[in-house]
Structure formats: structure tokens, C-alpha cells
Design a protein around this ligand. Structure first.
Ligand code: 5FU
Length: 256
């Protein structure tokens, strides 16, 4: 199925919006922007904005975070049209994650369209996040697999995560995983650990190509970080390159 056909099937508003943006901008690329200053963060977002469907953040690594940053980020979101995914990887009991999601310095629920969580604590984590996020029209991804070497999220853990998602289809829009996990098209699959030039970093990250991820493994969205903004790289040229390779793999998959 095409992205636009998929978009019509989702009941969750964010999942629909994501695939509408993907189709409209012809990009299945999400940028993982792990830089530590506001200036760099905003400059790269503005440069790469036209080529991405989603900006993935780790808001707590910014050394100079303030509320103004969120306003500037929202302006860039409106200018370029992308969803914001805060890769917070919640992992606590429902009552705690509810506060972590909506309170504290970052007030993630106010600006992040998408968040993610580990399934480890059980269904309560989804229920807690849902209490906050569903009324705001947000969506949750469950971490069913991880890209790092030696990840324990495999086998029956992954299977149980998929079952958890199916029990919360109103709020869980899909998975962080290396491959499409269900034959049906009810969930979004987003895959990190994507790179064209290297196969690993020195800290356990493992990279696969966009073609492998989209064409061979049936994922929907490639998440690329240092492959785009790594040292000495022309971020615009790299973003275009990943967008093109990711989109060509999708077209090949649907037989276009
Ligand atoms: F859930 C995951 C995972 O399994 N692997 C990841 O790499 C998340 N990530 C994130 O994707 C990680 O926290 C980084 O933000 C990003 C990958 O960045 P890279 O620079 O492309 O390696």
C-alpha cells in the first residue's frame, strides 16, 4: 500500500498526519538531531526542514534549553511542515511517566506530536501516557526492537510489545523496530540505526542502509542522525541524499 492509502486507515490523527506529510513532501526521512546547543539545533532544523517528514529530538541534551527554543521550533515546524518526535524513551510506572510527559522543565506533551516508551513496565506505562497524550491528539511508539548491539529487546519481548500495542490502538501508533512486525498495515514502523557510509560507531550503534530498511524489511520511516549532520558534512546535500535513497526504496517496494 502507498503512504497515502495507509494514511486513510489510521484512526489516530498523528499517524494520519505523518503519512500525509510523507506523501506530500515525498520523503520518508526523519532527522535524529542530537546536537547540544540551541543555535546548531535551529540552524540544522531550518536547513534540513524541507527534506524531512519528522524531526526526532532528545530535548534534554541541549545545554541552553529554554522556553524560547520551543517557540522557535514551532515556527520552523509551521514553516517546513514536519512532525516532532521526542525520543524520551519513557520507562517507568504510569503515574511517574504521566508527570515526566507533561510537567518538569520540558513539558513534552505541549510540543511533541510523537513520543516513545519502553514496554518493560507493562500496560500501565501506556495508560499513564495516554491519559495525557490522547486528549491532546498525540501518538506513542513502543520500542519493540533497538538498533544497538546486544539489545535485549528481541524474541518474546518484541512479541509481547506488539501485543501491548494492539491493546492500545487508539494511542499507540506504531513501533521503533528494525522491520515491519505485523503483516497488517495498522501500525507505523520507524527505524533508527540507518547510515550509508559506515556500519557502526564506537559505542554499539549498528547501521543499515535505507534500502535494506525500507525495501527488504518493510519499515516506513528511516531515522538518520550523524549520517546527515556528522562532522564536516554538508547537511543539505546529505539530507537530500538520504531522502532520495529512502524514497527510491519505497517506490521500488510498491512497484513504481
Ligand atoms: F530506539 C532507538 C534505537 O534503537 N537506536 C537509536 O539509535 C533510538 N535510537 C536513536 O536514534 C538514538 O538515540 C539517536 O538519537 C538516533 C540515531 O542516531 P545516529 O546518529 O543516526 O546513530
Amino acid at each position: 500500500m502507498t503512504y497515502s492509502e495507509r494514511a486513510t486507515k489510521f484512526t489516530n490523527k498523528v499517524a494520519r498526519e505523518l503519512f500525509e506529510i510523507v506523501e506530500r513532501k515525498k520523503t520518508n526521512l526523519a532527522l535524529a538531531l542530537d546536537v547540544t546547543t540551541k543555535q546548531e539545533f535551529l540552524n540544522i532544523t531550518d536547513s534540513v526542514g524541507p527534506y524531512i517528514c519528522c524531526l526526532k529530538t532528545h530535548i534534554d541534551i541541549l545545554v541552553d534549553f529554554d522556553d524560547e527554543l520551543i517557540e522557535q521550533l514551532k515556527r520552523l515546524q509551521a514553516k517546513h511542515s514536519f512532525l516532532i518526535f521526542e525520543d524520551r524513551k519513557f520507562a517507568d510506572i504510569g503515574n511517574t511517566v504521566k508527570h515526566q510527559y507533561s510537567q518538569g522543565i520540558y513539558k513534552i506533551s505541549e510540543w511533541a506530536d510523537i513520543i516513545d516508551a519502553h514496554s518493560l513496565p507493562g500496560d500501565g506505562i501506556v495508560s499513564g501516557l495516554k491519559e495525557v497524550g490522547l486528549p491532546l491528539g498525540r501518538g506513542l511508539l513502543l520500542l519493540a526492537e533497538m538498533s544497538s548491539k546486544g539489545s535485549l529487546a528481541t524474541g518474546s519481548y518484541t512479541d509481547a510489545t506488539v501485543e501491548m500495542a494492539q491493546r492500545h490502538k487508539d494511542f499507540v501508533i506504531g513501533f521503533i523496530a528494525g522491520r515491519k512486525l505485523l503483516m497488517n498495515d495498522d501500525f507505523v514502523t520507524m527505524t533508527p540505526g540507518v547510515g550509508l557510509d559506515v556500519t557502526k560507531d564506537g559505542l554499539g550503534q549498528q547501521y543499515r542502509t535505507p534500502r535494506d530498511v525500507i525495501l527488504e524489511s518493510g519499515s516506513d520511516i528511516i531515522i538518520v542522525g550523524r549520517g546527515i549532520y556528522g562532522s564536516g558534512k554538508d547537511v543539505i546535500a546529505e539530507a537530500r541524499r538520504y531522502r532520495d535513497v529512502g524514497w527510491n526504496a519505497y517506490e521500488e517496494r510498491i512497484g513504481k
